[in-house]
Design a protein around this ligand. Sequence first.
Ligand code: FAD
Length: 408
Amino acid sequence: MAEFTMELNDEQKEVRDWLHGFAADVIRPAASEWDEREETPWPVIQEAAKLGIYSLDFYAQQFFDPTGLGIPMVMEELFWGDAGIALSIVGTGLAAVGVLANGTEEQIGTWVPQMYGDANDVKVAAFCSSEPDAGSDVAAMRTRAVYDEAKDEWVLNGTKTWATNGGIANVHVVVASVDPELGSKGHASFIVPPDTEGLSQGQKFKKHGIRASHTAEVVLENVRVPGHCLLGGKDKLDERLARAREKAKKGGERVKNAAMATFEASRPAVGAMAVGTARAAYEEALEYAKTREQFGRPIIDNQGVAFQLADMATQVDAARLLVWRASWMAVTGKKFEKAEGSMSKLYASETAKKVTAQAIQILGGNGYTREYPVERMHRDAAIYTIFEGTSEIQRLVIARTLSGLPIR
Ligand SMILES: Cc1cc2nc3c(=O)[nH]c(=O)nc-3n(C[C@H](O)[C@H](O)[C@H](O)COP(=O)(O)OP(=O)(O)OC[C@H]3O[C@@H](n4cnc5c(N)ncnc54)[C@H](O)[C@@H]3O)c2cc1C
């Protein structure tokens, strides 16, 4: 088992520098254009695919890095470049993780490559869980999956919302209820293969930030998928449902809200995205403060500005340390006794919001314009306290884990 380390090894440093080069030379210069266009930056994804940055192999390698620092390092560098474009690049990975976590080897081998396509014909994937009335409260999900035994098919009906890459994805991973009485314990995940009839894109959202990332509703109308599209397979689902029904009958375990109980291991990755945006804004502010002169001297000569930068740098580093600790815990199988995954996401996302706002302040009028990137970074940063569990939900998870009480 890898010891916790705060230093990247030589190989990791090489990968980090390579990613940083891509972020600086390809992503950052394209950021403003795709933010204004509010469209998926296909040429940038294709470029990433050509270099091997957008590929299953690359993410699998980082995902299984025994130090746990692979994924946070990738996220920080790409999101340092630009959050909207970076989410377009890594969004597929979020859907792929859904298959890696629940799918059989055969399902992983069949569907994950189709999520990425290849460098000449890149594809993206979507993970569809949230619904109009089921955001934080995942157990309130209404999308139903009903088994048609005669045809060995599942029939999906419902409306998903806020799906990253929803409707433009080659492969959609859809979470649906197979037994509403069991709440989140009655949920199962399904692959909806390319060009399946009945799946359509609803509204595409015009957003505050991460505008290069496509976010849309996904409508499912009598979507029929073969039995083998149930992730994990029917036998495993039946066993799991039987156990859950037994427990529910005994009145034993409270049916937990999935949004609160799961994702502990995946949340540090979102924290790392936030660290990337926060670091980018801090660096812009530092550079600006050293060169912008007022009252005959650089503004950084004033403690009022320099101390803000000192706080910003400290918070960015603290956030990274929490993220690295949680990622290391996840990969080495440590128990999250204090909800350390949620802690890292909470702190890093709040830091990104704060630091990007301070960066605007330090750049003054320029910071408020789209001529400088900190304005975009601040809009982008607002997403981190919302998706993958809001800050309030993170606090709830942490407080419940620490106290053992069903705090509401
Ligand atoms: C750009 C974007 C991309 C997204 N991508 C995806 C995706 O790819 N797939 C997907 O499935 N989902 C996705 N989401 C959905 C996202 O995960 C949800 O928006 C999030 O879980 C919050 O749900 P909600 O928006 O319904 O807010 P709500 O749950 O309605 O929350 C509203 C407010 O109430 C607070 N609140 C709710 N319950 C409690 C409580 N018990 N205690 C205290 N406060 C509470 C929240 O913290 C929040 O401040 C995305 C969202 C956005 C905006």
